[in-house]
Design a protein around this ligand. Structure first.
Ligand code: H79
Length: 422
């Protein structure tokens, strides 16, 4: 079942004017990105002192109320020697993903990059001693994929002035303004100075951040890298693009630039007991559903403490990539199509072409489409010969006569040509 809600309207919004901003053009065409949640939480992997902790894995510090002094010891054993930036970037590329977003600092406050602002970072505090974001940045350049950084700007359960840790620190004594001004901004500056071109900063959980603070973070990003986009979760409706809620897909097409961040199982950070992997079919249907409504799909993987992306995630991403290798024309660079609100299909479009994504192939292969006009021809996108399918008008509906069996078990794409386009 596809989960739907209208959370885009609930305030993770795009700033006025950004809808027309050409800096978003690549992002509007990209449609599919890889989210990576990787940090110290991959070590407990959902289990603390032998007790499974329910909920998303990267929240274990808060859910188990682990004191800073205990949690930070995890750094001493973090040694992901199996990490291979080339393999991760290659996976994204083969999956058909156009951008990668990785956690530079999640709510637990541990920095997965070299920073001068704290020694609580992967280079200074772990036996690993390498900066994985540096290695990823170099590989992304090499393999032609864009790189963005997730950065938790409001919640920081390790920093005494960050938001969210009320078990080590007295929330009433915190200097949150100072934390934003001197710590967050200094780190954002590092992230946008030391890693080459960064396509976006993915802020999260704005919570108590004030409008002028959100605005100054946006301005800082744009000053350091004018082409760097800022996710709507920077807060106060000031992002370059809007963010749906986690795993939320709006009911209808949305006239905004928006993105659904989503889990491939039920956690972001790796959990050893979470085997609730979504099927390839479900994942592809979600991608198509989102794209048909004008959004991007940022699909997450949670690598292990060794630096391995779990095999079930790899398999699903590669299977999605195989479908996209055949059908990508109906995804990348498209806009929502005119057929909306139909259960059995979705539609995407580009000038001269309309793509009908058939999830449930009708018995007999006869497709009945409403709200489509000016069609001059039809063929299956998976058919290299582009053998014409017979079309006929039936009252206000268009009939397309396809093969009796579904050409694709997940999504068969029928191309309808319009106007003078071939
Ligand atoms: O990074 C991933 C999640 O860790 C992060 N966003 C995605 C991309 C995220 N942060 N918060 N949430 C997701 C929602 C969590 C809400 C809850 Fe709670 C945590 C509900 C109950 C515990 C916050 C704390 C609201 C009530 C208590």
């Amino acid at each position: 079942m596809i989960q739907r809600d209208d959370s885009i309207a609930l305030g993770r919004g795009q700033r006025p004017g950004a809808r027309q901003d050409p800096r978003l053009d690549w992002w509007r065409d990209a449609k599919f990105g890889l989210f990576i949640h990787w940090g110290l939480y991959a070590i407990p992997a959902g289990v603390w002192k032998g007790t499974p902790i329910p909920g998303i894995g990267e929240w274990i510090m808060r859910f188990a109320r682990i004191p800073v002094a205990e949690y930070e010891k995890l750094a001493e054993q973090f040694n992901p020697v199996a990490f291979n930036a080339a393999e991760w970037v290659s996976l994204a590329r083969r999956a058909g993903q156009k951008y990668i977003v990785i956690t530079s600092k999640h709510h637990d406050g541990f920095c997965m990059f070299q920073t001068a602002q704290t020694r609580y970072n992967i280079v200074d505090a772990t036996p690993f001693g390498r900066d994985p974001l540096k290695e990823l940045a170099a590989e992304c350049q090499k393999q032609g994929i864009k790189l963005g950084f997730y950065y938790s700007q409001t919640q920081d359960w390790h920093h005494p002035d960050g938001h969210g840790n009320d078990w080590d620190f007295d929330e009433t004594k915190k200097d949150f303004d100072g934390y934003i001004e001197h710590y967050v901004k200094a780190q954002v500056r590092e992230l946008l100075t030391n890693y080459g071109p960064i396509c976006l900063i993915w802020f999260d959980t704005p919570m108590i951040i004030r409008p002028e603070q959100s605005a100054s973070l946006v301005e800082l990003c744009h000053t350091l890298q004018p082409d760097c986009l800022v996710c709507g979760r920077v807060g106060n409706e000031l992002g370059d693009y809007a963010s749906a809620g986690d795993n939320k897909i709006p009911r209808t097409a949305v006239d905004a630039d928006w993105e659904t961040p989503a889990t491939i199982n039920d956690t972001w950070g790796y959990k050893q007991d979470d085997h609730n992997w979504k099927s390839t079919s479900d994942l592809l249907h979600k991608l198509v559903d989102i794209v048909s409504k004008g959004g991007n799909y940022l699909l997450n993987v949670g690598p292990t403490a060794e630096g391995i992306i779990p095999q079930p995630s790899v398999e699903r991403l590669l299977a999605m990539g195989e479908w996209l290798a055949v059908n990508g024309e109906a995804i990348y660079g498209t806009r929502p199509g005119p057929i909306q609100g139909v259960e059995w299909c979705r539609s995407t479009a580009r000038p001269g072409k309309l793509y009908v994504h058939v999830f449930d192939w009708p018995r007999g292969g006869e497709l009945r489409l409403s709200g489509v006009n000016g069609v001059t021809g039809a063929y299956l996108l998976s058919d290299p010969a582009r053998t014409p399918l017979r079309v006929a008008q039936s009252g206000a509906d268009l009939l397309v006569f396809g093969p009796t069996q579904a050409p694709d078990p997940i999504d068969s794409v029928v191309v309808l040509t319009r106007g003078s386009a071939a």
